[in-house]
Ligand binder design. Structure first.
Ligand code: GLY
Length: 392
């Protein structure tokens, strides 16, 4: 056998041994079957798949809900993987169903809503109509930034008295503004991202590098209180919040190359990876202070995707650790404990997510964003494995 062939075989064995075995092709084939069922059961474009109700029926939402971009986003990922025009057509229909949200100034979630949908569509098709809608959307999102406070306002009111709450999840909307800055050359979008991320870094993190969920500010940007909304307690590390922070600061480093953001992402990764309450299958409990309670598969899907990107910016040792844990997360999510049987789970891919435990909402259910970040992570995993093989 030629030397090159031998080294490729060794590399494959090494990758499988260290990073587990995830058959991305097989997982996408399964996702395609589930989402064909999802499309067939959702003929109404105003009723976007979100989750499952307590009685087992599908829980759908309208386009102004923060999750409306994830279903079209997953359709774009299916198109990206398969190249099949059937997914492009479906993605286009479900993306355009969100068109009016470009003028929505009542939410900070426009990054989730418009960048996961139109953003992926624009990346894959360069459709100019998408670009116009996204630029309007970015302007709408920027209206929620008050320079005196130095942050994008997440909600308009929290606990009936706080008028400037900011949640760690908000880090996820910055990627959209970075895109707008690049497309327009308008530095304001870029500067909003930097100021928001710097103030979040200053005020949202604890000594152990876990983050608060909600920080409430006064009109001058002074911190009033640090609270939770979806976590177990104000001082506890809500699992999905840690994943949002990890993803958000990884994007900050990608977009700026400022090493302080890389360091922050790596500190968050260390909190997650070294956490004594992270189970051996690497799917977090819904809050890191609640071992033994229900899991949140969405927190794992988001973290897996973020860790795979972060691995590409990190030294050899960290890189290996991040890929190993992300691979384990994907392996667990792809197995029978978390992945649905075909035709079940209201056609979602993943099971066992926790949306809002303290609110007694979306407990042990599928969630549309878990599927989205799972597919994204599988695409990232495939790219990294291909690069590893090409390196050998
Ligand atoms: N607030 C968005 C989430 O539930 O993660």
């Amino acid at each position: 056998m030629r030397r090159k062939t031998v080294s490729v075989i060794i590399a494959i064995f090494f990758s499988l041994a260290v990073f587990g075995q995830i058959n991305v092709q097989k997982q996408f084939e399964f996702a395609a079957k589930q989402y064909q069922g999802m499309l067939a059961s959702h003929p109404d474009l105003t009723q976007s798949p979100q989750s499952t109700n307590p009685d087992g029926t599908p829980n759908n939402r309208t386009s102004d809900w923060w999750c409306s971009g994830f279903f079209p986003g997953s359709l774009w990922y299916l198109y990206e993987f398969t190249g099949d025009p059937i997914w492009k057509e479906a993605a286009e229909r479900w993306t355009m169903a969100l068109e009016k949200e470009q003028y929505n100034t009542g939410t900070h979630d426009l990054g989730f809503m418009l960048y996961c949908s139109f953003g992926n569509g624009y990346r894959l098709t360069k459709n100019d109509a998408y670009k116009k809608i996204m630029l309007n959307g970015a302007k709408s999102l920027a209206t929620r930034f008050d320079p005196k406070v130095g942050l994008i306002k997440s909600w308009n009111l929290f606990q009936k008295k706080y008028t400037y709450p900011v949640i760690v999840d908000n880090m996820m909307n910055l990627e959209f503004l970075f895109w707008a800055a690049r497309e327009t050359g308008d530095k304001d979008f870029y500067n909003i991202c930097i100021t928001h991320a710097d103030n979040t870094l200053k005020n949202h993190f604890r000594g152990d590098n876990s983050s608060y969920h909600v920080v409430c500010y006064d009109p001058k940007g002074e911190v009033l209180v640090k609270k939770t909304f979806q976590g177990a307690a104000d001082e506890s590390p809500w699992a999905r919040g840690q994943s949002w922070g990890l993803y958000g600061y990884t994007v900050m480093y990608r977009e700026t190359k400022d090493v302080k953001y890389l360091t922050q992402a790596q500190k968050i990764a260390a909190f997650i990876l070294n956490n004594p309450n992270l189970p051996s299958d690497k799917i977090p409990y819904w809050d890191y202070s609640k071992p033994g309670e229900m899991r949140d598969a969405s927190a794992a899907a988001i973290a897996a995707s973020a860790l795979l990107e972060l691995s590409q910016y990190s030294d050899k040792k960290k890189k290996k650790g991040y890929i190993a844990v992300a691979s384990k997360m994907l392996e667990s999510l792809s197995g029978s404990s978390y992945r649905a049987n075909q035709g079940e789970n209201n056609n979602f891919i993943l099971m066992h997510c926790t949306g809002h435990k303290p609110g007694n909402l979306e407990i042990d259910v599928p969630l549309v964003y878990a599927d989205y970040y799972y597919l994204e992570a599988l695409l990232r995993y495939r790219k990294i494995m291909a690069m590893k093989l090409a390196d050998n």
